[in-house]
Design a protein around this ligand. Structure first.
Ligand SMILES: [Zn+2]
Length: 302
């Protein structure tokens, strides 16, 4: 099926009352694991990488966005599933533009330091540039709080204001709006309290697809309810990294690594391959979300 517009995937979901998942990867196994799960469930899917992570100034080795764009695009093109490729939440306009040139067919700018007017100007520019090359643009109004696992606290955040959101969508021409409706970034323990009345009002007033970030921190029932109310894209990241780390941790505990052939541990791809198990662990989590948000068995309809 190859690379398909994220706009097309979201609108199909919106018109058919399900949501398509964006499952954020960070390396080769993780992005392949998402496609494994999509293929096993005949599901459309959005793959991609986090711009804040790939473009972070704190990285000890600077990454080249073209590596990630070409890799993601090749993976999408080789799959039988309809797949969009998103460069999510970047503070850097340059990274997004280069990402689009490298093959990402969806981008999202994020910077909560800006005024509404500044945010409108930047997103207008991105929309104009991106639409010229058929790239979808997502943006956020309001701000999700962040969960901090070390202190077990939830910090910051501001719910989406409906009038501001309507004005922003109208002025920018963006394709999808991420909203802050009680969802929390990076949340693992405890579950976010979604504001369903706000979701209802947003769906009624906003003409573009709505996106729910922070999928890890939402209960299955609440996710289903949010999708039933019109959320047509759900972002999931944290739980995939947790599954990967836990799988490796368990492997290292259970095996006498120092007396094993390194090729058996990594690279050969057999049952004793640590990274194959970690990839499978990610796919299990992705499959669970696919079932909850209803995008399984929808690939052939697109
Ligand atoms: Zn997010």
């Amino acid at each position: 099926m190859a690379l398909v517009s994220m706009n097309k995937l979201m609108n199909h979901a919106l018109n058919n009352n399900y949501a398509v998942g964006y499952f954020e990867a960070w390396n080769m196994e993780s992005i392949l694991a998402v496609v494994d799960a999509a293929e096993q469930t005949n599901s459309p899917v959005i793959i991609g990488f986090g711009g804040q992570f790939i473009g972070s100034k704190k990285r000890t080795i600077k990454e080249n966005i073209y590596h990630y764009g070409y890799l993601g695009k090749a993976i999408a093109q080789q799959s039988k599933m309809p797949i969009a490729l998103l460069l999510n939440e970047s503070h850097e306009i340059d990274l997004l533009i280069n990402g689009a040139k490298a093959g990402f067919n969806a981008i999202m700018y994020e910077n909560h330091e800006l005024t509404l007017q500044e945010s409108i100007e930047i997103n207008k520019y991105l929309v104009k540039t991106a639409h010229y090359i058929d790239v979808t643009v997502e943006a956020e109004i309001g701000k999700l709080p962040d969960a901090d696992i070390a202190t077990n606290t939830i910090n910051g955040g501001q719910k989406t204001d409906i009038d501001e959101a309507v004005y922003f969508v109208d002025k920018t021409g963006i394709d999808a709006l991420a909203v802050s409706v009680g969802n929390v970034h990076l949340m693992e323990s405890g579950k976010a309290q979604l504001d369903f009345d706000l979701i209802r009002l947003l769906r009624k007033n906003i003409k573009v697809p709505l996106v729910l970030h922070g999928g890890t921190g939402i209960s299955d029932e609440d996710l289903k309810e949010a999708v039933a109310l019109g959320m047509c894209k759900v972002n999931v990241g944290t739980i995939l990294k947790r599954a990967y780390i836990s799988s490796i941790q368990q492997y290292l505990k259970q095996n006498d690594i120092e007396n094993m052939d390194p090729h058996k541990i990594i690279g050969r791809g057999g049952e004793s391959d640590m990274l194959c198990s970690a990839r499978a662990a990610i796919a299990v989590e992705v499959t669970k979300f696919i079932k909850i948000i209803g995008c399984g068995n929808k690939a052939h309809l697109i």
